[in-house]
Design a protein around this ligand. Structure first.
Ligand code: AMP
Length: 226
């Protein structure tokens, strides 16, 4: 098939970031993570970063207009560097964002061809978020799990040697706000994309490779039908 425009969607901690990275390496797509873009904007104190910071620290969603602007730019850039397509990770997260994306693509006679919902049980999500440790350097951004993917040397990033941190929004008090935002604002997108005929719902439990295999299967089917 032609250009792949994929959305990976699921609760915080469902494995979107890990899977998006894996998928994008496997089939040569641009990995467009709004969380990573916003964290980098906050670290660099850009105008977007200053607008996003307080929302992110509180575990709340950043306002739609701010995020949509970031994504429009990222998609335009990715078309130059990775013509094969992209996987959006963490966007859209609200119905207005999904509509803005649809309208933006429709102007170019494009659409999203696959939305993968990574369906992960809540106990697993809570465990993953509390065990997650991240490299604070936005240029590196490596992510670890104290149980399933610990760094070689405790507390130190394998890739760049920086001291690992727990993301502010991975602390228990913020996690519940993020999960509530997911249930209220983001979960309704499953019905939206189901109606559009592009939703594939896969279980997020099992190893990284098991989940990756399920996603790759959905992407391969897309190739056959298009
Ligand atoms: P993530 O790394 O995807 O969990 O995103 C971290 C945080 O960035 C979220 O808790 C939100 O505060 C913000 N964020 C990321 N993507 C979006 C989005 N599409 N809409 C609103 N806020 C977002």
């Amino acid at each position: 098939m032609g250009v792949k425009r994929i959305v990976l969607f699921g609760a915080p901690g469902a494995g979107k970031g890990t899977q998006a990275e894996w998928l994008c390496n496997a089939v040569d797509l641009a990995h467009l993570s709004t969380g990573d873009m916003l964290r980098s904007a906050v670290a660099n104190k850009t105008e977007v970063g200053l607008k996003a910071k307080s929302f992110m620290e509180a575990g709340k969603l950043v306002p739609d207009d701010v995020v949509v602007g970031v994504v429009v730019d990222a998609i335009a850039q990715s078309a130059k560097s990775t013509p094969n397509g992209y996987a959006l990770d963490g966007f859209p997260r609200t119905l207005p964002q999904a509509e803005a994306l649809r309208e933006m693509l429709a102007k170019r006679s494009e659409n999203i061809n696959l939305v993968v919902l990574i369906n992960t049980p809540e106990e697993l999500i809570l465990e993953r978020l509390t065990q997650r440790r991240s490299c604070p350097d936005p240029k590196c951004g490596a992510v670890y799990n104290l149980k399933s993917k610990p760094p070689k040397k405790a507390g130190v990033c394998d890739q760049c040697g920086k001291a690992l941190v727990q993301r502010n929004d991975d602390r228990p008090e913020t996690i519940s706000t993020r999960l509530q935002a997911y249930r209220k604002e983001t979960e309704p997108l499953a019905a939206y994309y189901k109606k559009a005929g592009v939703l594939v719902d896969i279980p997020g439990s099992g190893s990284v490779y098991e989940v990756a295999g399920r996603i790759l299967e959905a992407v391969a089917k897309l190739g056959r039908h298009a």
